[in-house]
Design a binder for this molecule. Structure first.
Ligand code: NOJ
Length: 573
């Protein structure tokens, strides 16, 4: 166990600061609110917190457009509030990682303001400038990727919104400035960074145009209307082709090495986690990132045993193949960019059972789990109904594009926007049955509407009181995981690999072997483990079952209940 780093055994919990807890009653989450909830997080049983950006920002992209890398957004508090929060989190043995956005800044950052002011200012080359748009590249958020600036009579490049100009990472001064910002937070004691959109840092130096016969808005609309397998295949190809020259450049590796070297200067095993699923960003296993997300696991409309097995087989083989040190996985089923797991993987009939099953999946697979705030209480996507409510600029841009350029009826456009905007999965955390779900005081107006289902028991306070609630289920599972060396560190050995309806695997550490069975079906199932060498003729000690079960005896046949989560320690005789 001692050979494992804290970030390998930890469970991370993502806090979306704007939506977590409003401590000063202005309708916006803040550090006061987060700090007040640390006891809740500690009792939940998570070990580390990832904060989405908390820096000053004009909020065109909800904080991912940073205007000062070494400060706290006034609406979230002060540096003092941040330091107090960090101190209190560490006091409770919780680590804290921040979101570091390297690819772009806000267009209101002083660097960009200076850069755009003339051709010959000291920061003239800090962003990516061109006299005329050199190609037809698109921004993945709002249309053309080149935006005109009259002061310079030039265009700048932005992979994301036009309010998020891309930095020119070929300029050593940019690197220096950003590494200084990283050090600023490391010096304060943060435990690492989640690195935003690293794949997009460099572009194809030849500036090769894309060859998709439509622009971004048209492609989004085309994708919504694609129904046949042929159309779906084509839209996937178009998405890839449209952006393939704007990301994935090999130069990112050297950059990650530089950043890793900085982190390694610090004590405490600070961690770097890439917002990318490409394992090559882990370098040789010791010289680039510590973790990248296993996004392919969540890229499915429905999670099936086959999908999970295939995913684990591929990922774990790639991680094992790193040249110097074995890589470590990082599993998640939700974040601030994706539909909430309760909604996305639900089937409308057994949503709660499925949510429980999927939580168990992410908490028992090999690798570091990341949870997204609110999933532990079963928060669902909330569909906005009026364009004036939409805060995610990507959503409002799309609404206006399809209404004005494509003549889509506003009602239909709003339905589509509600589906595609990330606002649906960023609504305020539901703490209680009080007005505003206890997120903000009753008279405040939260920045996004609170999902009214907080009144129907989907809130922390009500769920805490109910021993069989989803929240208490998470707590129980997190406790089981924390107490099991095999679940935290053991190898993953799949069993019965052709089973269509259930997933069975063993997690094996030197000190302990644990059997996990997850029934993905609505039926009771029977199975037989007498031929599985990892567990045959051994006794089981039940650690956890979501069904009513007393002992963990390994009967033959072995029966499990619909959607049952069964976790047991294998007793070596
Ligand atoms: C990825 C972040 O997760 C997303 O929320 C953001 O909009 C983009 N990167 C741009 O920073």
């Amino acid at each position: 166990m001692s050979n494992f780093k804290w970030w390998q055994t930890a469970v991370f919990y993502q806090i979306y600061p704007r939506s977590f807890a409003d401590g000063n009653g202005d309708g916006i989450g803040d550090f006061k609110g987060i700090t007040e909830k640390l006891d809740y997080l500690s009792s939940l049983g998570v070990d580390a917190l990832w904060l989405s950006p908390h820096f000053p920002s004009p909020n065109w992209d909800c904080g991912y457009d940073i205007s000062d890398y070494c400060n706290v957004a006034a609406e979230y508090g002060t540096m003092q509030d941040f330091n107090h929060f960090l101190f209190e989190a560490h006091k409770r043995n919780m680590r804290v990682i921040l979101d570091l956005v390297l690819n772009h800044t806000s267009d209101e950052h002083a660097w960009f303001k200076e850069s755009k002011s003339s051709h010959d200012n000291p920061k003239a080359d800090w962003y990516v400038w061109a006299d005329t748009p050199p190609n037809n590249w698109q921004s993945c958020f709002d249309g053309d990727a080149w935006t005109y600036v009259p002061e310079r009579n030039q265009y700048y490049y932005h992979y994301f919104m036009k309010q998020q100009p891309d930095l020119n990472w070929h300029n050593p001064e940019v690197k220096q400035a950003m590494w200084d910002a990283a050090r600023f937070w490391l010096d304060l004691g943060v435990d690492g960074f989640r690195l935003d959109a690293i794949g997009t840092i460099y572009e194809d130096p030849k500036l090769t145009p894309h060859n998709v016969p439509m622009n971004l808005a048209e492609l989004r609309r085309f994708s919504e209307l694609a129904k046949t397998p042929k159309e779906i295949k084509l839209k996937d190809k178009y998405w890839y082709d449209m952006f393939k020259n704007q990301w994935g450049q090999p130069a990112v590796h050297d950059l990650m090495k530089e950043l890793r070297a900085i982190l390694d200067e610090y004590d405490g095993d600070r961690v770097l986690i890439g917002e990318d699923d490409n394992i090559s960003f882990m370098g040789n296993g010791a010289d680039e990132l510590h973790l990248v997300f296993n996004f392919p696991l969540m890229r499915a409309d429905r999670l099936t045993p086959d999908h999970v097995r295939k995913n684990q087989k591929e990922r774990l083989a790639q991680l094992d193949a790193l040249k110097k040190e074995r890589g470590w996985g990082c599993n998640t089923l939700g974040n601030h960019d994706s539909s909430r797991l309760y909604t996305r993987y639900g089937n409308k009939l057994h949503d709660t059972e499925l949510a429980r099953l999927h939580a168990a999946l992410v908490l028992t697979l090999k690798g570091t789990p990341f949870l997204y705030n609110g999933e532990e209480i079963g928060m669902t996507d909330y569909m906005l109904t009026d364009i004036s409510q939409v805060k995610d600029t990507m959503g409002s841009w799309y609404y206006h594009a399809i209404v004005t350029e494509m003549g889509v009826h506003p009602e239909e456009a709003m339905l589509r926007t509600a589906e595609m905007t990330r606002d649906k999965n960023r609504t305020p955390m539901q703490w209680s049955n009080n007005p505003n779900g206890g997120f903000s005081p009753p008279l405040a107006t939260p920045w996004l509407p609170v999902n009214p289902n907080y009144k129907n028991g989907i809130n922390v306070l009500d769920l805490e009181k109910n021993p069989s609630s989803l929240l208490n289920y998470y707590k129980h599972l997190l406790h089981v995981r924390r107490s099991s060396v095999a679940l935290q560190t053991g190898e993953y050995i799949p069993l019965q690999t052709t089973a269509k309806e259930y997933l069975a695997f063993v997690r094996q550490a030197a000190e302990q072997t644990v059997l996990v069975i997850l029934n993905f079906s609505e039926h009771p199932l029977e199975m037989d483990f007498t031929r599985s060498k990892e567990i045959k003729k051994r006794n089981l000690h039940l650690l956890f079952s979501s069904a009513e079960r007393r002992g963990g005896e390994l009967t033959s046949p072995f029966k499990i209940a619909p959607y049952e989560v069964f976790i047991a320690k294998v007793i070596h005789e």
